[in-house]
Design a protein around this ligand. Structure first.
Ligand code: AMP
Ligand code: ZN
Length: 130
């Protein structure tokens, strides 16, 4: 796969939209945020999904996730948690075929019952009982 794809919206993200970057990854805000501050972290290389990340890219992505979570929490004291997730493959809901990790700030009361978090990928399976 090429390092850059002319057809890929994430390969062609405007420089002015980049919030933070390091040598292998960039972070920008999601255009259709689930909550305020919803950020996307992507490798600079055009790769399909999480499983194609090299060890160095994983570290680069991880660094931006941590940096941004700290910045967001410093700037907005109402943030009390995060959901971090990635959709790998169309069957899992991926719509942009350039690897990206969602960093979604969470605030108390932003939904009726947050229990289960990412389990909500399958509607109706968010809550469990032992
Ligand atoms: P996924 O469904 O995991 O592939 O997520 C794709 C994400 O990209 C969604 O959360 C969209 O809101 C977001 N998105 C789509 N187009 C853009 C864009 N041009 N800039 C920033 N985010 C985008
Ligand atoms: Zn791309």
């Amino acid at each position: 796969m090429n390092e850059h794809s002319n057809e890929c919206i994430f390969c062609n993200i405007e420089k002015s939209r980049i919030v933070i970057e390091n040598s292998l990854a960039i972070l920008f805000y999601d255009s259709f945020p689930v909550t305020e501050g919803h950020s996307l972290i992507i490798p600079k290389r055009h790769i399909a999904d999480y499983f194609s990340l090299t060890g160095d890219e994983l570290r680069a992505v991880h660094e931006l996730i941590n940096l941004q979570s700290e910045r967001l929490m410093e700037g907005d004291k109402s943030i009390k948690g995060f959901n971090i997730g990635t959709n790998a493959g169309k069957a899992a809901g991926q719509t942009v075929m350039h690897c990206h990790i969602h960093l979604i700030p969470r605030r108390e009361g932003d939904c009726e019952d947050p229990r289960g978090g990412v389990r909500g990928v399958i509607p109706g399976k968010m809550k469990y009982s032992i």
